[in-house]
Design a protein around this ligand. Structure first.
Ligand code: ZN
Ligand code: ZN
Length: 695
């Protein structure tokens, strides 16, 4: 550590120590506040429902009494109803983790001095005509990271930054990803002057296929060469004709200030991240300059071109940044990145030396063009050839080649069908599947489903990645499969096993990197974005406690919050807009929330269908009721229960003849009764569907 660094650290530590009493005070204030709000008033409203008893109602009740079948059950109906209610609460909770109405946010940075904003406050909120409005549409406080989208608005001008997807967890059966609901933008179509993209990761451009066609084709779409290339690739996969859009490629090294409307302009600043063509965006507005960090990391000695700190410093010095909107992904990782991408390259080379006689199969994220370049370089040095496998891997490589974002050594890349003819010690394969995805290349190589490669015991498989939280079990499954084949597996983060590592470098800055950047940008006000709620909160704490930004100038916002940058350069929250999610399956088709709820219900309790065929003339059953059970009980093993239900259905139809009720009334009665019988026998309440055919 050099002297300057030591001094900086000492300063930091001292600053933190000095702040400790402040942090304690904050805690005490919060305690007090919580105590005060707990003595909240109790509602004194007394509601008495007006009862309108008509003779028609009474008659209906008597008829229903006549139809009632005594069920031979040991449980009370109330127990079954309670079970149903609990189940439906669980299903709702699982299916709506991302849907935000007015979220709870009592953070001391919430813009309301730590109190929960009320509906009355929101109702009263009117936009200040001369304020610049910053509105996160997605990406803040989500369950998972993704769906990034932010709007900057001034009078009748709007800029949209990023349109990302968020990958759904297994909590959402059959849902592949979600995108932001853009109702607000659709309502303000004519105000949108520009759409800008920070970089080409899917959490920033993944929603383009669904959203870009919704805007005027004349709206300029700004991005770097590689980013626009990736968006075009995505749009070319649309089933409908590819829309003719107004793409504008920006070279961030030209430092152009692009005037997108009367009052707003944008400038791209090159930053390091884990994909080529990443930028931060400076938006100049009448109320000051806003710095959107995009995704970024810091490396002292990068493979890619260094972050354009020079330009950053120039803007800070000449104009200043009034609001910094900074990503939060790795805020919980202490210190700085402990190694560089070059170390990763060296280690990949070491693996090729250690396991020189066999095939080397490297699995990484398909967008990590820089990593791919390192593998190519190390392979070329050793006279190895390289082939690629995986749809997204080959797609991204094509775009990178076209955008000159990758340097490829001569005569190194080969087609898969050709490379397999070479001796093993000449073969290197770069493929997808590092996250253990079932359908990705690596797993297909394990199961033997891959067209060209079947794993053998002389292969060495390298995981040049970390599992994304939630994917760990799938990665384990893939690793187990590889080891069962007798192959050598080398994973990042397990250096002690092979003495080789690290093999991956996260694309996001660590805590101390954030401290440095914020101190460099010296913003007047600060807003964390791109992160789950705890990340935003920890980012805000860093800004206050370490970077010395006053608490009043920091906001932890949620999707939908309207943040105003005022003429006197303060940030305040002022109302909310409607935000939400649209769900999509793996064929890019929309999935309705109600469908997801049904799937969750069926996965947990199953589905039970009874079909009654009744004579129109006599009202009697013509044949034995058909019963279909799926994902619930196996019918062959449940004769007694099925017998009971058939008996119930016969009695019920017999009893219904005299009163001849409406179809929907009788169906509802049957549904409830059968649910009760099934709950009594099994403790579960599947979805019950009665079907009545009158012939
Ligand atoms: Zn990214
Ligand atoms: Zn991102």
């Amino acid at each position: 550590m050099n002297k300057k660094e030591e001094e900086r650290r000492a300063r930091l530590l001292k600053m933190r120590e000095e702040r400790l009493p402040d942090i304690r005070k904050q805690f005490e204030e919060n305690q007090k506040r919580n105590f005060n709000t707990k003595s909240a008033k109790k509602s004194t409203k007394k509601g008495t429902k007006g009862k309108k008893s008509t003779s028609a109602k009474a008659a209906a009740q008597t008829a229903a009494e006549k139809r009632k079948v005594k069920l031979s059950v040991n449980t009370r109906k109330g127990e079954m109803v309670h079970h149903q209610r609990m189940l439906s609460q669980d299903v709702n909770a699982q299916a709506t983790q991302h849907i935000i109405g007015v979220p709870v946010n009592k953070s001391r940075y919430n813009g309301y001095k730590g109190s929960q904003v009320t509906h009355a406050q929101l109702k009263k909120a009117r936009p200040h005509a001369d304020a610049v409005r910053i509105i996160p549409i997605g990406g803040l406080g989500e369950f998972g990271i993704g769906k990034n989208m932010t709007v900057v608005e001034y009078k009748s001008e709007m800029i949209v930054i990023d349109m990302g997807t968020l990958f759904a967890t297994s909590d959402y059966p059959g849902v592949n990803y979600m995108i932001p609901d853009i109702k607000y933008l659709e309502d303000n179509q004519n105000k949108i002057k520009a759409i800008c993209f920070t970089h080409a990761h899917l959490d920033h451009i993944g929603a383009c296929r669904h959203l870009l066609p919704k805007f005027s084709k004349f709206t300029p779409i700004y991005g770097t060469d590689f980013t626009i290339g990736m968006i075009k690739k995505q749009m070319s996969e649309l089933e409908e004709d590819e829309p003719d859009l107004n793409y504008q490629v920006v070279d961030p090294f030209k430092h152009d200030i692009i005037k997108v409307s009367e009052h707003l302009s944008i400038e791209f600043i090159h930053v390091l991240h884990s994909i080529p063509g990443s930028v931060a965006i400076v938006v100049r507005t009448p109320n000051g300059n806003i710095y959107f960090s995009g995704d970024w990391r810091h490396e002292d000695n990068p493979v890619d071109k260094q972050t354009d700190y020079e330009r950053m410093d120039e803007i800070v010095k000449k104009e200043g940044i009034d609001l910094m909107v900074n990503e939060s992904t790795n805020i919980d990782s202490p210190g700085k990145h402990p190694h560089s991408e070059f170390d990763v390259g060296d280690n990949l080379g070491k693996i090729m030396d250690h396991y020189a006689s066999g095939r080397i199969i490297v699995s990484c994220f398909s967008s990590q063009i820089g990593r791919i370049e390192l593998v190519l370089k190390e392979a070329a040095k050793r006279g190895r050839k390289v082939a690629f496998s995986g749809f997204s891997m080959i797609n991204n490589l094509e775009v990178a080649l076209r955008a000159h974002a990758i340097k490829v050594p001569k005569d190194t890349i080969m087609k898969m069908e050709d490379i397999i003819k070479l001796p093993d010690d000449k073969v290197t394969i770069i493929c997808t599947g590092s996250q253990g995805e079932l359908s990705a290349v690596l797993n297909r190589m394990v199961t033997g489903a891959h067209r060209h490669i079947k794993i053998k015991s002389t292969d060495t498989i390298v995981f040049s990645s970390n599992p994304i939280p939630g994917n760990e079990p799938h990665v384990v499954n893939t690793v187990d499969g590889l080891l069962r084949e007798g192959a050598q597996v080398i994973q990042n983060g397990k250096t002690h096993l092979t003495n080789i590592g690290p093999l991956h470098l996260s694309g996001h800055a660590y805590y101390e990197d954030h401290v440095e950047l914020v101190n460099r940008i010296k913003p007047t006000t600060y807003m964390p974005y791109h992160g789950e709620f705890y990340m935003l909160e920890h980012n805000a704490e860093m800004a206050e406690n370490v970077c010395g930004i006053s608490r009043d100038n920091i906001l932890v916002a949620d999707n939908g919050d309207v943040v105003e940058l005022t003429t006197d350069k303060r940030i305040i929250k002022n109302g909310r807009i409607t935000v939400g999610n649209k769900l999509y399956d793996d064929a890019n088709q929309p999935v309705h929330e109600a469908v997801v709820k049904d799937r969750i219900h069926i996965a947990r309790e199953g589905i039970f269908i009874v079909i009654l065929t009744i004579s129109k003339k006599t009202g009697r059953l013509i044949k034995t009721p058909d019963i279909i059970s799926r994902a619930f009980i196996y019918l062959d093993n449940s004769e007694e229960l099925i017998g009971k239900i058939r008996h119930y259905l016969r009695t019920k139809t017999d009893k219904s003849i005299a009163t001849d009720p409406e179809m929907k009334v009788i169906k509802e009665e049957i549904r409830t009764d059968i649910a009760h019988i099934l709950y009594d026998a099994t403790g579960h309440t599947p979805i019950v569907i009665p079907v009545i055919n009158k012939v």
